[in-house]
Design a protein. Structure first.
Length: 305
């Protein structure tokens, strides 16, 4: 007998409880199923509720419930691949090339220009310039990134801070901060279900049956705000800077695409953007800040800013 049938007969059965030989626990079970059926929209065999009436946020931010139909055990972090429902094998060629790296390390290898496992400030400068950012943005990014992210990766190697503020890819997991999305775990692995939840919890459709693949700037703001932890101003600022930079890089018609965000997280998109910007066509997404003469997707300047 399914949940719907039990729910429909619950009132009738409850009225006859005193006149039957069935134990009282049976009717308690029927009432529990009836209450749970009105509290959640997901067919859980256990009958556990996914939404709590007195916690409205549980209804406002709904998890995706069908990720496991495409991705095997999506709650298990992936060490070296970043899968999604649309791309269950992730960025296959990129993941194969950097199979010995965690996904968080893959996110950073673009910035390691000489492949020595160390990111110098000049590497960060060059990396942002190749992505099309202008001189001022690149300078500020270089200062902020290395002033805040060098020490945690250095402490895993030496107690003496790096005088050159270099970032070490081997220990990049130490740069995970609070108030983030949880898509990366504390070891730098990729958690598929967290990535999928991002697109159902914070898009304004708020429909479990809908599978949005784009997010507006406002929705991205809701996402950042929803992940804030108490007493974590560093995490708030770090998350804001990371996602605003991502928006500047990949937005199209003021929307970010799910596949672009996934490829930013695993680092594969950076290489494609650099290659596109070196061509005549350029990178047709993002706002562009004139770093290579492109403003948006059009080359309007004969020189870079």
């Amino acid at each position: 007998m399914n949940t719907g049938m039990l729910t429909s007969i619950a009132p009738t059965v409850r009225l006859k409880a005193s006149t039957t030989l069935l134990p009282a626990s049976f009717f308690t079970l029927i009432d529990s199923i009836r209450r749970n059926s009105t509290m959640n929209n997901a067919p859980l065999k256990s009958g556990h509720a996914l939404e709590a009436p007195k916690a409205p946020v549980t209804r406002e931010r709904r998890n995706r419930i069908d990720t496991d139909k495409v991705i095997e055990r999506p709650y298990l972090p992936r060490a070296s691949i970043a899968p999604s429902v649309e791309q269950p094998d992730g960025s296959a060629r990129h993941a194969e090339k950097y199979a010995d790296y965690s996904v968080m390390q893959q996110h950073c290898v673009y910035w390691d220009m000489d492949g020595d496992g160390v990111i110098w400030p000049i590497d960060t400068w060059r990396g942002f310039r190749d992505l099309g950012f202008n001189l001022l943005f690149c300078f500020l990014a270089m200062i902020v990134v290395h002033a805040t992210l060098s020490l945690p990766t250095r402490l895993a190697i030496s107690y003496i801070p790096d005088p050159f503020l270099r970032i070490y890819i081997r220990t990049i997991h130490a740069d995970k901060h609070g108030s983030d999305s949880g898509i990366f775990d504390t070891e730098g692995r990729f958690v598929p279900c967290k990535f999928e939840d991002m697109w159902t919890k914070y898009t304004t459709t708020n429909d479990r049956s809908a599978h949005p693949t784009t997010m507006s700037l406002y929705e991205l703001w809701l996402f950042m705000r929803g992940n804030r932890l108490a007493m974590d101003p560093f995490g708030w600022v770090a998350s804001f800077l990371e996602w605003v930079t991502t928006f500047l890089l990949v937005q199209h018609d003021c929307m970010v695409n799910k596949e672009d965000v996934r490829r930013v997280l695993d680092g594969s998109l950076f290489f494609d953007i650099r290659q596109a910007r070196r061509s005549q066509q350029g990178w047709t997404k993002g706002w562009g800040l004139g770093g290579d003469g492109f403003i948006g997707g059009e080359k309007l300047l004969p020189f870079g800013l």
